[in-house]
Design a binder for this molecule. Structure first.
Ligand code: SIN
Ligand code: FE2
Length: 216
């Protein structure tokens, strides 16, 4: 359905409503790209990517790290937000100001002016990695949206509905695209198909996803 959100915003960013409460902002992260990538390097130097284990004992194909007051972690005991990096025993690196600014700006543009993330999960997909359909439901407050930033290699994003069996739509995501979902779609199922082999001019042979959440 076409509505106001299909028009370009004041900054020229294309907005596409993909569900009630959910908006795809094409290229939204490009204007601040240099600051985002520099901040990403600093976070990863302090809290390196690692492959975590699911409660079922499966090692995830995606490497992850976090920044903010809490990081999402999984191990044999379950999924949770933890104030400390289990790798180092130290608090996670703080949310860089460039990250916070992008998340707040994207959320505002999608209709969530009060988004206050306290966690950013950073996912690294090498070619061959994927993320099957799931809901983001380990957070305490579902009134706050999710802001998801794509960097590096392209991927096909899947966005379904409240039930796992609901129809799923597919959206190609490229470097700089941002998806925001909240409100009636906050608990909708989503995932990404397998990342294809390739090399991105800036990030090389990988896709990075930043997922901002109000977790605590
Ligand atoms: C996620 O659902 O946590 C990440 C989605 C993505 O990588 O685009
Ligand atoms: Fe997710």
């Amino acid at each position: 359905m076409k509505d106001l959100f299909d028009l370009a915003g004041a900054d020229g960013v294309d907005r596409e409503r993909i569900a009630g409460g959910a908006v795809l902002l094409r290229g939204k992260a490009l204007a601040g790209e240099a600051g985002i990538l520099a901040a990403l390097d600093r976070v990863v130097a302090q809290a390196p990517f690692r492959h975590m284990t699911t409660p079922g004992g499966y090692v995830m194909s995606i490497a992850m790290t976090s920044c903010g007051e809490a990081g999402w972690v999984t191990d044999r005991s379950g999924y949770r937000y933890d104030r400390r990096d289990p790798g180092s025993g130290q608090p996670w690196p703080p949310l860089p100001s460039a990250f916070r600014a992008l998340a707040a700006d994207a959320a505002r543009e999608a209709g969530y002016p009060d988004f206050a993330p306290d966690s950013c999960l950073i996912n690294r997909y090498l070619p061959g990695a994927r993320l099957s359909l799931h809901q983001d439901k380990d957070e305490r407050d579902f009134s706050q949206p999710i802001v998801s930033v794509s960097l590096g290699l392209p991927v096909v994003f899947q966005f379904g509905g409240a039930r796992r069996s609901d129809p799923v739509r597919r959206y190609p995501l490229r470097h700089g695209d941002v998806v925001v979902w909240g409100g009636e779609s906050r608990l909708f199922h989503h995932g990404v198909l397998t990342v294809k082999e390739g090399a991105h001019p800036v990030l090389g042979r990988q896709r990075i996803n930043l997922t901002f959440r109000a977790a605590l």
